[in-house]
Design a binder for this molecule. Sequence first.
Ligand code: ZN
Ligand code: ZN
Length: 293
Amino acid sequence: MDGLFGLKQLLLTFLIFVPIERLFAARPQKIFRHGLLTDMAFLFLNGWLVLVGQLAIIAAAILVNQSVLPSAVKQTINDLPYLVQVPLVIVIGDLGVYWAHRTLHVVPAMWHIHAVHHAVEELDWLAAVHQHPLDLIVMKAGSLFPLFALGFSAEAIGTYFLVYYWQAYLVHANVRLNYGPLRYVLVSPEFHHWHHSSEIEARDKNYAGIFSFYDLLFGSVYLPTGQKPKTFGVDNPMPTNYLALLAYPFVTWYRSMDATIRRAPGVQGDEREVQKTLIDDARLRRPPLDLSR
Ligand SMILES: [Zn+2]
Ligand SMILES: [Zn+2]
């Protein structure tokens, strides 16, 4: 989630989600919960940090559209009316989000970026914004790049982002909502809450943003009936203030690199220091997924 967030938008989102969370709470939780100020920093500052990356993605995609895409494909997409483009854009955009999100989970170096989003231990609507700017850029590369490269209209892509915006707040909201028989078609709050669960069985599951059928299709769905996640978060201690969270992936990458160099043959050093760095490095990784369960 990002955007150049204004006070009006915040007020509107607050007025919609706070009463819904009071009425249909999935778990008892305070409105002024732990980490609220940090989330405000994410809300108001992230959009500016993401802007440059977002413009670069769009520029690269337009270049591909103009130099690589066959003109027949370009013309066909261009001729599609807005009401046909919108559902196509949402389906293609969410497929991009699925694979970008899955990559952030399975590539260890990228997990350190995405761990910032999973650091949230009390889920509510505002937790949607608790995301590292690099995470947002990767997600946008997954969705915006194919959409602009294929040449869909800016209006259709804008509509998709409006849908994505409200969907992101809704799926993080602390509400009991699972969509019944549609739970394997659309991503519900229950579906995304499982994605944030720290329980072993739920890890690295439920990647889709809007259509849960992508997880069904690619074998990553986890939606046990009659249960709800007990705890959220990651295993290792995470920073709690905005600047430290921005620095988190860089600090972790540096530590991993440092440990690798110290492990290299011929490198001299204090053996205890090497061991300490390795232990720190291991703490910052998730335990491997237990595939036998
Ligand atoms: Zn995730
Ligand atoms: Zn989330």
